[in-house]
Design a protein around this ligand. Sequence first.
Ligand code: ASP
Length: 442
Amino acid sequence: MAWYRKLHWQIILGLLLGLAFGILAAIQGWGPFVTNWVKPFGTIFITALKLIAVPLVLASLITGVASLADLRKLSRIGGKTIGIYLVTTAIAVTIGVLLADLVRPGDAFSPELRDGLVEAFGNDATARTETAATVADRGPLQFLVDAVSDNAFASFSNNGSMLQVVVIAILFGIGLVQIPKEKGAPVLAFFEGLNDVVIKLVDIVMLLAPIGVFALLADTIVATAGDDPSRILELLAGLSWYMGVVLVALLIQTVLVYPTLLKMFTPMGVKDFFQGIAPAQLVAFSTSSSGATLPVTMERCEEKLGVSEEVSSFVLPLGATINMDGTALYQAVATLFIAQAFGLDLGLGAQVTIVLTAVLASIGTAAVPGAGIIMLVIILESVQVPTAGIALILGVDRILDMCRTVTNVTGDATVASIVASSEGQLGPVNLSEESDRLVVAA
Ligand code: ASP
């Protein structure tokens, strides 16, 4: 197949064109045109992806759990998954802390720019701090309480309740294997059919991906540049060291740590892994939401990387909600950067606190754009760094959000591959584009 007909090349093209068009639109002041005529295509793309997420998780997890002959296996996979998620997040945060300590991006930050930013973004920063306060007030076990739903239909109608959907699907699947086979068979067949249909829907929505990605990128650039594009250039220059540290640390995690883990624990080729997962990474980059990307991540892991449905349907939705390596890493770097910019020295004890709180905060971070900076407030408070400091990094946060979401999604796919391999449920990689194409009946 000609290279330009391959999905990931088309998405990359959409991304580059969106970038170029967004810059042009920002310079020319075409903001209203982009908002009215371009952005809607991006919104439709994200909305369609979100539409698929709940039915996909529900159908695939129910069929996945029901196919487990032995329920002990479920708890084994569960324990393994959570354990590996914690380890990969801890590695990510440590890389962030070490690099921020080494480079000290906040030392070079000019106090004038700092005070200017605190003034310019002060109100936005306060709004985030207030949101964070409601989160911080909750007890330590609140996340467990929140995972249990009192109304299945209410959970199904809210994409933010993905953890509840996961719990409902697991319970339903367990119930399904406990009843006599002849009674369970039609229910199972229904969910198997539903699952196949939903997976096909992912293919259909992905046909929109190149246009959707174009629109999302153009809109993000116009929105970030605002009325005064020269201001974003000033910000980029002023924050270049901070951004550089976050990006290099994300890169280390994504192209060094994950491949090393894959090499150690799976027979999968690293190139195959990245080729298989690329469309999910590109969607993550343009939507800044691991929640919206989840259907694509699941489809790619199952159809391209050979991860069994049983494993992917459990590991990936869980990962999208609790495993955010990129976010945790960024939160650690941002905390150290803000402390340095305010001339505060954080000792070893405070740095260990940052590592622990960042791992926990990233678990509680929602899989939506901009959620990471809200949880950052909690980390800042834990080490007594002024929360007004988030004003320093707000202006460039969306750009870093795009990048950290790529790491979040790559981390989920890596762990899914490792867990599948350890369970003997990792099939051969299949990178043919045949399955991307839709079969239209003659
Ligand atoms: N946007 C990120 C995600 O959805 C979360 C964050 O770091 O803001 O994965």
